[in-house]
Each structure stands twice: as C-alpha cells, then as structure tokens.
Design a protein around this ligand. Structure first.
Ligand code: NAD
Ligand code: USQ
Length: 385
C-alpha cells in the first residue's frame, strides 16, 4: 500500500513511517519542522539526540535498503498539500501533523490561535485535497482521548446510541476537552465527520491516549534512527517525564492529588494500530472512531509504578495543579475495536520502564532541569505577545 505519513519527522510519525516501510508498504513522509522550532522557542530539546530528516532517511536506506520519499512543507499551504497528494498518489494518509501540546496551546492568546489555525486549517486543506484529487484515499487521523474529557458516564468509541423522549439516534459522543489543543482535535473530528457524510470520504479518527516509550524495533536498529524523548513541562508527556525525572534525581512532579486518570499506550502499539487502521480501511462515507489506548491509570499510580521500578530512591512531589481538570472522577473507556482487528497490547511493565531508565541514563547529561518545572497556568491569561 502507498502510505503518506504527515508529521513524519515527529515523535510518533517517524517510528510509524519506519514500521510501515519495514512491513513492505511504499512510504513517504511530510513535515514542515515546526516541532524543532518549538524547541528553539522554549529552550528545550529531546533528551535523545535526533538527526535531521535527511540523515534519518539516508540511514534507513543504508540499514534496510528501503527508501522513504520526503515532502517538506506546511499543510496550511494548500498548494503544497494538493501537489503532494498529486505527486505521491497515496492510498492512505496518516495525519500526525499538528501542534500537539496542551500546555503550548494554553501559553497565551497567540499560542491558542496558532494551535487551532495550524491544526484545523491543515486538516481542512487535506480534506479538500483528498476530495478533489482522489476521494477514495483513506484518511487515518490522530485524534486524542482528551476530546472526551472525563464525563461521568462510560466513554464509547466516538459514537453514542441515545434514547431521548422516546426517540433514538446515533450521535457523535459529546466532547468536553481540557485545553485549546484538545479542542482543536474536536473541531477536526467534526470537520472530518462532515466530509465523510457530505462528500463520501472514508476516515478513521484514532482517539489516542498518552503515549509512552522511546524505541521501536526499527528505531533501535541504528542511533541515527532514534525518535524524540521529551521531558520538558510543555511537550514531555507524563510517564516519559516521570522516568527521566527518576533518573535525574528530580522528584516526580504529580500535579495536584494525582487522582486524574488517563488512557495510556506504548509507542510500539501506536505504530501497530496505525498499520491495522490502514490495512482495514473505513468504507466510503464512513467516519469511524477507535479509542487507541490499552489501559487506564491515574497519574499517581503512574508515579508510584515508576518510583517502585527505579533501582534507587525516587520521591514524589505533589505540585499545585497548573491545569484545570478533575482530580477525582469516573473513567471507564471502551477500547475493543483495535483489539478486534488484531492488536496485542504491550501493557505497562517493569521491563519497559527499566529499558527507559537505561535510555534516560545514557543521555541524562543533556537535560536542562529549568525546563522541567511547569510554568503554563490554565487559569492565567498568559503574557501578551
Ligand atoms: P510531534 O509534535 O512530535 O509531531 C508532529 C509533527 O508534525 C512534527 O514533526 C511537526 O513539525 C509536524 N507538523 C505540525 N504542524 C504541521 C504543519 N502544519 N505542516 C506540516 N507538518 C506539521 O507530535 P507527536 O507526539 O508525534 O504526535 C503526533 C500526533 O499524535 C499529534 O496529532 C498528536 O495530537 C497525536 N497524539 C499524540 C500523543 C502523544 O502522547 N505524543 C497522544 C495522543 C495523540
Ligand atoms: N501530569 C502530571 N505531571 C506532569 C505532567 C502531567 O501530573 O509532570 C498530568 C496532567 O495534569 C494530566 C496528565 O498528567 O492530567 C496527562 O498529561 P500529559 O502532559 O502527559 O498529557 P496531555 O496534556 O493530555 O497530552 C498528551 C499529548 C497529546 C495527546 C494527549 C492524549 O501531548 O498530544 O493528545 O496526551 S490524552 O491525554 O488522552 O488526551
């Protein structure tokens, strides 16, 4: 299959491109490198050094003999997006290419506007390009479990069967997200569902939980194939941050009581889920939603699990929560669709955590501890820029 991976220079896009290429698909990646730009803006960097996209692609060719085509440009540039679809003629487009950090979107007005324009306009350009060039292309879009928020009822896979005043309907599951970033994904989901309903496009929205891990079988083949490993308070996600904090002797930064519960997933399962979605496309006109997570854990349980696995002393600090979120709530998520397609989840284990400790130890001296402390406060309006 010809698969185009948008955001293919990022934390998840790059390992996904390698996984699909190794599995025998014809793969191209696209990126505008804005993720590397955020690092310059924030004074942070991936703990594991990453090569340029050009070096990565050449290393992949040397190691496996397989080639990956590259498209450098911005999805918000409609001409670029149309030309890329015309040139590569993909059968599936996997769309990772968005600003994905909740705290980044909450810095101030400018960052909120940037996040929503980048994400919503990029996806709209893509929908139009698919419609006008080849409506048969299957769009595999990365959404987020955070679109749902933490409602007091079970979370279904995208749709809800509703009975109201004696009548029944199937409606998009109500959304109550927790940041302007998460909201951008809700807007995308609505636009994609509309495009499927009105134009007959086919799409799979993958509402993914928080990803952890740094290596896949393919990225481990050569240091030049490594993907990012973020620990800063803006882009670092919770489990990866706790692992790196433990290794650096920094207290694990649990926000508030830590009772907030999230869906989580191993990066090795992320790449497999994408392949499963591509191999089993949605029907024309179908807007299909999968909850891409393998287990739920509270933040405090994640901290305790990391601390217990650490071969030394790791302490836990309860910081004032910089976010506005429930710390005590119901959380019961249906996530059976990907398992039914063949996913065999890697559940969080001590072995995985220990392997992450080793990676963090190897590169620990690259860490900037100043970047560890959360500075973006949901309640603040942020500074004016
Ligand atoms: P990332 O920031 O590392 O990768 C995204 C890539 O997209 C970057 O390389 C960036 O340069 C590129 N990009 C952004 N805007 C672009 C544009 N307008 N045009 C072209 N390229 C653009 O993020 P990630 O962690 O790999 O996440 C990938 C996707 O998965 C995101 O959509 C994110 O919302 C979703 N997701 C991530 C996680 C997680 O824990 N990392 C969890 C759930 C969902
Ligand atoms: N948290 C802490 N301490 C930390 C970091 C985070 O307690 O040091 C807490 C947060 O308050 C939050 C939870 O951990 O309750 C998760 O935070 P996170 O930064 O790991 O994840 P989040 O902001 O939700 O965003 C990440 C990705 C995003 C993706 C989302 C999936 O950056 O792209 O969409 O995970 S989900 O959470 O399911 O929406």
């Amino acid at each position: 299959m010809r698969v185009l991976v948008l955001g293919g220079d990022g934390y998840l896009g790059w390992p996904t491109a390698l996984y699909l290429s190794q599995a025998g698909h014809d793969v191209a990646v696209a990126d505008n490198f804005v993720r590397r730009q955020y690092d310059f803006e924030l004074g942070a960097d991936s703990l594991v050094p990453i090569e340029s996209l050009q070096v990565r692609v050449e290393a992949w060719r040397q190691v496996t003999g397989k080639s990956i085509e590259t498209f450098i440009g911005d999805l918000c540039d409609a001409e670029f997006t149309y030309q890329m679809i015309k040139d590569f003629r993909p059968e599936a487009v996997v769309h990772f290419a968005e600003q994905r950090a909740a705290p980044y979107s909450m810095i101030d007005r400018k960052h909120a506007v940037y996040t929503q324009v980048n994400n919503v306009v990029g996806t709209l350009n893509l929908l139009y390009a698919i419609k006008e060039i080849d409506p048969d292309i299957h769009l595999v879009k990365l959404g987020t479990m955070g679109e749902y928020g933490t409602p007091n009822i079970d979370i279904e896979e995208g749709w809800l069967e509703l009975e109201y005043k004696g009548r029944k309907d199937r409606v998009l599951y109500p959304k109550r997200p927790g940041s302007f970033y998460h909201l951008s994904k809700v807007h995308d989901s609505h636009n994609i569902e509309f495009a499927c309903r009105i134009w007959g496009l086919r799409a799979t929205d993958l509402n993914q939980g928080v990803v952890y891990g740094q290596q896949t079988a393919e990225t481990a083949l050569d240091d030049r194939l490594a993907t990012r490993f973020d620990y800063d308070a803006v882009f670092g996600t919770v489990l990866n941050r706790f692992v790196i904090q433990a290794v650096l002797g920094h207290p694990l930064t649990v926000y508030g009581s830590g009772g907030q519960t999230r869906g989580i997933i191993d990066i090795r399962d992320t790449v497999r889920c994408i392949e499963l979605a591509c191999d089993n496309p949605a029907d024309p006109g179908e807007f299909r939603v999968f909850n891409q997570m393998t287990e739920s854990m509270s933040v405090l349980d994640i901290a305790n699990t990391v601390a217990e696995a650490f071969p030394g002393t790791a302490t836990i600090d309860h910081l004032d929560n910089p976010r506005v979120e429930f710390e005590k709530h119901y959380y019961n998520v249906t996530h059976t669709a990907l398992v039914e397609l063949g996913l065999k989840p890697h559940l969080l284990s001590d072995t995985l955590i220990t392997s992450l400790f080793d990676i963090a130890k190897r590169y620990g001296d690259r860490a900037n501890l100043e970047a560890m402390r959360p500075r973006v406060n949901w309640r603040g309006a942020g500074e004016r820029r």
